[in-house]
Design a protein around this ligand. Sequence first.
Ligand code: MN
Length: 276
Amino acid sequence: MVGDGFRVHNFIPGNIPSGMERMNPFIMLDYGSRHYFPPSEIPRGVGVHPHRGFETVTIAYHGKVAHHDSAGNSGVIGEGDVQWMTAASGVLHKEYHEKEFSLKGGDFQMVQLWVNLPAVNKMSKPGYQSITNDQIGSFELPGNEGTIEVIAGNYQSVNGPASTFTPVHLMNARLNAGSKAAFSFPSSYTTALIVIEGSVVVNGNNDIPTNFFVLFGSDGDEFTIESKEKAIVLIMSGEKIHEPIAAYGPFVMNTREELIEAYQDFEKGKFGHLDD
Ligand code: MN
């Protein structure tokens, strides 16, 4: 559990340098598989905590998350929506189940992905992109096979609305039964997928069930996904950032000195203020 509201499997381990290096520029991925939360008067979630040096990307499939940060941004991430928060020089934030969702209870399924920032942007001003489902780029596969929802980067001619600091492609393939889609990313990028719903066959002979994570090798730049049943697949691909990683909890910097500075700045209240 992250706090009491996020039941997750940690597919990209933060704070294990070899794991972060291997998944570069993705430095952490928590996957909350579909899980029923009973009604609660007090919204479950995670209280005020800091981040510095990277971006947190939250993708909601079921349930709703309310968010507040010390930069003054707040919002609700609903089903099909994405929140792209640039912590950069530092924010405090809190993430809770949205009030109405909490009162009613229900299924909850979500991804939180951390994307590293290059050294030149680690101390930039914090930012916040609230991306609702209708703003997400949509590529219709021919023959009613489904839709590729482009959050960042591009799929063929369709661009995603999220602005990124380094090249990142992030998309949901929403496939109908009996569909096949092809994807192409540079082999030097780190490329992975998660099966959010249904099951798929990758590259013709790998059966991947719901909730499984696939990490691609770097020996090619194309792959295919086929769906025998209706499926949702989250696909991510990013250019590696060739800089050292120094990580401690919610801080991801380039050197140990910068981590100490981050911790001291946090202690001194330089991340601003946010009520519990
Ligand atoms: Mn957080």
